[in-house]
Design a protein around this ligand. Structure first.
Ligand SMILES: [Zn+2]
Ligand SMILES: [Zn+2]
Length: 179
């Protein structure tokens, strides 16, 4: 059976991939494994922006794709960007297989607030589900509660749920049945 693979991009600080793997396995009803590798993201670093180019990291994930890979999700604590945007919470290949998500701006500390581990894990799960939704060909959803709504701030992430609305869930189901 195909598996969802999680891989760390750089050292993770206070994030346990095994915990995320359990939640994502339940969410997508597919086995999930944490790869025993860490990708050093320094090749994607932009010296002036002091950020990491997420598209380059996505391309790098390709070398870990195996026949049993359903999707691969990179998790990083570095600040990600694509050239046209100030930052991104994550990026994914539409239709799969690669996706990456950053918790850099999901931490309360980033906004000068006291840390909140539960809130951080919940935000990370929502963004992971969101990026994996893109790998399942989902585009952004107008329902602000849906995991596929386009959230450009943590306030909007907090408003949405870690689940797909019924429309998006239906599309995921038809996509996974085709595979
Ligand atoms: Zn998106
Ligand atoms: Zn939706």
């Amino acid at each position: 059976m195909k598996r969802l693979q999680l891989i760390s991009i750089g050292e993770l600080d206070g994030i346990v991939l095994e915990g995320l793997a359990v939640e994502l396995a339940n969410h997508f009803a597919i086995p999930c494994e944490v790869l025993p590798h860490t990708i050093d993201p320094s090749f994607a670093f932009h010296g002036e922006r002091r950020q990491y180019h997420s598209s380059k990291i996505l391309a790098e994930l390709g070398q870990f794709v195996r026949p049993h890979t359903w999707r691969i999700l990179g998790v990083t604590g570095t600040d990600l960007y694509i050239p046209i945007l100030t930052f991104v919470f994550g990026e994914a290949q539409m239709g799969g297989p690669g996706s990456v998500v950053s918790y850099y701006r999901l931490r309360q500390e980033f906004y000068g607030l006291p840390g909140d581990g539960d809130l951080l894990r919940e935000r990370l799960l929502k963004e992971a589900v969101h990026e994996l939704g893109h790998t399942l060909d989902l585009t952004h959803c107008d329902d602000y509660r849906c995991a596929m709504s386009a959230s450009h701030s943590v306030e909007l992430i907090d408003l949405k749920e870690n689940a797909f609305c019924s429309n998006c869930a239906e599309r995921v189901l038809s996509m996974t049945q085709m595979e």
